[in-house]
Design a protein around this ligand. Structure first.
Ligand code: SER
Length: 317
């Protein structure tokens, strides 16, 4: 039986840690990492790695056949802030990569897909607090439009072709191993680096901008749990709301100040403020908690402690 896993976009913020987690769970040789560029030494040395452009159907198909892949995690995407600068390119990357994997499953060349969606599927007309699973969705960013359309296609492929596709609407993900690129929630990572480096952070969002966030360890666990849950438990085939914590820049600042009392924040909001203002402040993830027993474990202070502990040596603190 085919039983290998392929990760597309393995060198990105989530892909890097997902690769490590899947290799730990299933064995290094069972997990094929891929991206459009080579990864760091750990990624390249610990298991198979292939250069794949996720927008190229044939190059994914070749690797699927060569390694007898059964599951694909599609982590390649252009995030919200970059997508506003390159709308056509973002749409092309985010949608064509998704169709490539959905069609591979439709043709029975793979058995299961993980595809991440985002809180960006919601828009300015969505209720902002405790945003329900099913509600008004009028995303106003290119990234959000691509994720919402993607969700509709996932559900369509499940209903029409029986494709086993599973998805989570990730909140902003905080992590220390690999820097994110081009997201709006990235401030909540950059702030730790700048706290350690300069004891000061100039924030591109305004004070008071509350957004839903999650620590990487929780996000990875959610992903693995969703993918290993039995099929009958997966009642939502578009994408699951997922929540952990919500905070605004003043709160993350206060959490950092518990350990670095002289740390200061200043505000210089830019175009990303509009993106953040269109997103929910908190998420109702009851369906994930009921259907496949999701539960987060990191609160803001636990995240701060782990971030500063792991990033400290990099800045000699
Ligand atoms: N973290 C993403 C971004 O900010 C949202 O999914 O673009």
């Amino acid at each position: 039986m085919k039983s290998r896993i392929l990760i597309l976009g393995a060198c990105g913020q989530i892909g890097t840690e997902l690769t490590t987690a899947l290799r730990q769970k299933y064995g290094n040789h069972k997990v094929i990492a891929s991206d459009i560029r080579e990864g760091d030494d750990e990624m390249m040395e610990n298991g198979p790695f292939e250069i794949i452009d996720a927008t190229n159907y044939e190059s994914i198909e070749n690797i699927v056949i060569q390694y007898e892949i059964s599951e694909v995690y599609l982590m390649a995407a252009m995030l919200s802030a970059t997508a506003e600068k390159f709308p056509a390119k973002a749409w092309q990357l985010n949608m064509s990569s998704l169709f490539n994997v959905l069609n591979l499953a439709k043709e029975k060349k793979i058995e299961k897909i993980f595809w991440p969606s985002s809180i960006a599927v919601f828009g300015p007309s969505t209720p902002k607090v405790n945003t329900p699973q099913r509600t008004v969705m009028e995303p106003s960013t290119v990234y959000g439009i691509s994720k919402q359309a993607g969700e509709r296609w996932c559900e369509y492929y499940f209903n029409k072709y029986g494709v086993d596709v599973r998805s989570i609407r990730y909140p902003g993900i905080i992590s220390w191993q690999t820097l994110p690129g081009g997201g709006t929630t990235d401030y909540a990572i950059d702030i730790y680096h700048k706290a350690l480096k300069h004891n000061k952070y100039i924030c591109f969002l305004k004070s008071g901008t509350t957004l839903p966030m999650i620590y990487m360890d929780d996000a990875i666990r959610a992903t693995l749990d969703l993918m290993s849950a039995s099929s009958e438990k997966i009642k939502i085939r578009s994408s699951y709301n997922l929540a952990a914590i919500s905070f605004e820049p003043e709160e993350i600042t206060a959490s950092i100040q518990k350990q670095l009392p002289d740390f200061k924040i200043e505000y210089e909001p830019d175009f990303r403020q509009n993106i953040a203002d269109s997103w929910p402040q908190s998420i109702d993830d009851t369906n994930a908690r009921v259907d496949w027993e999701w539960k987060h474990s990191y609160d803001l202070d636990a995240i701060t402690e782990d971030m500063l502990k792991n990033l400290g040596p990099k800045y000699n603190s």
